[in-house]
Design a protein around this ligand. Structure first.
Ligand SMILES: Cc1cc2nc3c(=O)[nH]c(=O)nc-3n(C[C@H](O)[C@H](O)[C@H](O)COP(=O)(O)O)c2cc1C
Length: 219
């Protein structure tokens, strides 16, 4: 069992950041740590206890590069969209500065995704399409995203950094082909780099007062 950082539950939950600049791209990550994180992830909830999850773990340099190239291409598309972190203007100076930092950090990952020592793609059985939306989509992705987040929390506890990304899903089928994931039967939920972090001290991010998003007894 790996040595765990001394973080209480609230500290773990509030300091598991989207790590990009501080990924140590040079240091190898032992496979037993990835396996420990997956074991933690398997304790997450799933609808009807289906546990229809898979974690595709990519360490092969050529495959990481191929997935990284797909991610870079998707990132270029994203940069032209109004939802690009750097394009979002809220009028609040502190919030806009935070968006600027997210954008430059995201740009860096756009270039370096394939350089991370490990890439992990949490997947779930099934594919939502046609009329099969709404509850089906929420239930299917709800069967993997809590587990993926548990994986990321377990990684943080072990000194590893992650960053939840979804942009490569623009070209999901290409990544399925690179990694032999059966595209018609299995959906990829996200892609995260996994690497040791440069330093282990991360801070909670600035967020608005929780009352601004609370709706007690109705909207
Ligand atoms: C659904 C979802 C999709 C995301 N997709 C990407 C992505 O494709 N690329 C990326 O760099 N970050 C992505 N992120 C990470 C967010 O940018 C990050 O969580 C946000 O900026 C807050 O950063 P923080 O957790 O460090 O405060 C995604 C996060 C979520 C929840």
């Amino acid at each position: 069992m790996a040595h765990l950082l001394d973080l209480d539950p609230d500290q773990l939950l509030s300091t598991t950041r989207a790590v990009r600049f501080r990924l140590d791209l040079e240091r190898p990550v032992p496979m037993n740590l990835i396996e420990e994180c997956i074991a933690v992830a398997q304790q997450a909830p799933t609808g009807s206890n289906m546990q229809s999850w898979h974690f595709v773990v990519v360490t092969d340099a050529d495959k990481r590069k191929a997935v990284g190239d797909v991610y870079r291409r998707a990132f270029e598309v994203y940069k032209g969209l109004p939802i690009y972190a750097g394009a979002v203007q809220t009028g609040d100076a502190a919030r806009d500065a935070q968006q600027g930092r997210v954008a430059s950090s995201a740009d860096y990952l756009g270039e370096h995704m394939g350089d991370a020592p490990v890439l992990v793609i949490p997947c779930v059985n099934g594919r939502v399409g046609g009329d099969n939306v709404g509850m089906a989509a929420a239930s299917m992705m709800g069967g993997i995203i809590p587990a993926a987040w548990s994986f990321m929390l377990a990684a943080r506890a072990r000194g590893l950094g992650t960053c939840l990304t979804t942009l490569h899903l623009m070209f999901e089928q290409e990544v399925a082909e690179i990694l032999d994931i059966p595209f018609n039967e299995v959906s990829q939920a996200l892609l995260t780099p996994v690497a040791y972090t440069k330093g282990t001290d991360f801070k909670p991010a600035s967020r608005p007062d929780p009352q601004s998003i609370m709706h007690i007894d109705g909207w």
